[in-house]
Structure formats: structure tokens, C-alpha cells
Ligand binder design. Sequence first.
Ligand code: SF4
Ligand code: MG
Length: 328
Amino acid sequence: NLLQVDEAVRHFPLKGRAGAVHAVDGVSLTVRRGETLGLVGETGCGKSTLARLICRLDDLTGGRIVFDGRDITRLSRRELAPIRRDVQMIFQDPYGSLNPRRRVGSIIGDPFAIHRIADGRDRRRRVKELMELVGLNPEHYNRFPAEFSGGQRQRIGVARALALRPKLLVCDEPVSALDVSIQAQVINLLDELQDLLGLTYVFISHDLSVVRHVSDRVAVMYLGRIVEVAPAPELYARPRHPYTAALLSAAPVADPDLADRRQRILLSGDVPSPVDPPKGCRFHPRCPKAQDRCALEEPHLVSRDADPESHATACHFPVDSTSELVAA
Ligand code: SF4
Ligand code: MG
């Protein structure tokens, strides 16, 4: 495994009162070398916070993160420097992180400057190579961010993230701000780069169809915890957690025949507050299968068969067929 997260916790204390936002509340996962792990869940489920913990842009309240065989949970700023090269992040809105008054060549070359790796003509040469790698015209080195389209700006973000030859790329909603036609281009680029450079991805999105397309395995988050993880085809064909089944039933499908035949699972209520998450199973106030035990006992991720990596679900009463959840 390239990355191992053990019982990671991140609570944000509330100002002026007792309590905390339980943004990430006991997450364990592994990411294997060369794979793409998809991370899905609704807004506020903790996926972006988890991404920042993995990149060590934020401190953990509890738990542990092991990267490439090394415990990076409590490293000092200085000790983190090499990790910062190996783990890079790509954001939803690359434009927000591109200074409009600077030329893209110098923006992409920032990592070389910060880590004092290359300067002058060497830096310029490397930046042009990176531009070529991500499908940008190196002759546009001196242009400004505003002179590029949304898809090209995401390519600029990717080029900058790749400058230091990272091992792991954490992509937080990398295509959510782009038109569907451009989304495919950026996803194909990420796919090619993964093969070419042997990269490992954590791919975060609320868009289930994008995640299905890019991921080898998918983890589903709800209220700060992972409720299910499985190989992508397995998860989409046979969701076992009632929440996963509900999410999938609500996702738009491209095939109209399928959309007609598919039954929606309706959930009652909204996602509860992460300040005071429900006891027992966090999903129990909304779950169509909930029973007494669910409010008392917190379910842990348990795999279905002997292979612990195959298909794990945190539910006392996993579903066998989605139809059992559809309201009569
Ligand atoms: Fe529903 Fe109970 Fe499973 Fe939670 S543990 S998802 S409440 S059936
Ligand atoms: Mg988010």
C-alpha cells in the first residue's frame, strides 16, 4: 500500500460554545500503488477534510496516516518537506489558485523555485516539458491565466502538481466546475498520466458517474465515516449499504431505458448535523431498514468474505437487493 489511514479523526471545535464539528470521525482506508481510489459522498460528508488530512495540509485530532511506509501523522514542518513533494493536490477551481497577474510559465515553475530544484533556463525547459505533457502549447509560456479556457486552466493546475514528480495525487472535485465535454478530456488526461508516470490517485467527487468511470475501488462517506468500500463495478452493481443504494438510485443515468426501470429509494429527512451525529449507526434516522439495534450499536466496516479488501460494509443489516428498500 502507498497510503494507509487508520482511524483518522478531525474535529473542529466550535467558537464560544462546547462541542465540535465531527468532520472526519474514524476513517480507515488503504490506497494501493498505481490504483485510483474514488471517494464519494454528499457535500459536508468530510471528503475534502479527509483529502487535506491525507496531504497533511491539516492536523489530525486522532488516528494515524502512513505514507510510503512512513508514519507522517506528527511530522514537523521541516520533516514534512519531502512528503509535500510526493503528495500533491488538484482542486476544483484551478483559477482560484492561479495568480491572474503572473505568467503561466512562472506559475507552473513555482514548485521548482520553492524547493530550489531548478532555475533559469533549466526551469524554463522543465516547465515547457510539463506543458507539453499535459497537452498545453509550450509557446504559451508567457500568457496569463485569463487567456486560457477552463479545461486548459485545469491542465495548468495538473502541470504544477506534477512538477515535483509526486507519487500520490489527491484530486478534489477536479472536473466539477467544467463542462461535460471538457470533463472527459481532463479525465482522459489524468488517466494517461497515471499510466505514463505510475501515479496513484485519490479521486474525490460527489458525481457518482465520474467516480465510477475513473476508480478501481470506491469508498462511500456519510457524516464523517466510510460506510462502504468495494471495487467500482461491484459497488455499482451490488451496493450493500442502504445509503449507497439510495445514492445510486438518485443518480442520473445516461440510458433512458434504465432510468425508467430504475426505482428510486426515498430517504426521509436531511443529513443530520456533524456537530452532534446520531448515536449508533449515523444513518439510522433516515434508513429504510433501521431496527432497534441500529440506534444503539455503531456498525463497523466488515467485509463480506475472506478477502478483507473485497467489499466491506458498515451496516448491521446489509441489503441484498435494492428493491427491498423501495417504498411501497
Ligand atoms: Fe440502516 Fe441499521 Fe444498516 Fe445503519 S446499521 S444502515 S440504520 S440497517
Ligand atoms: Mg468537498
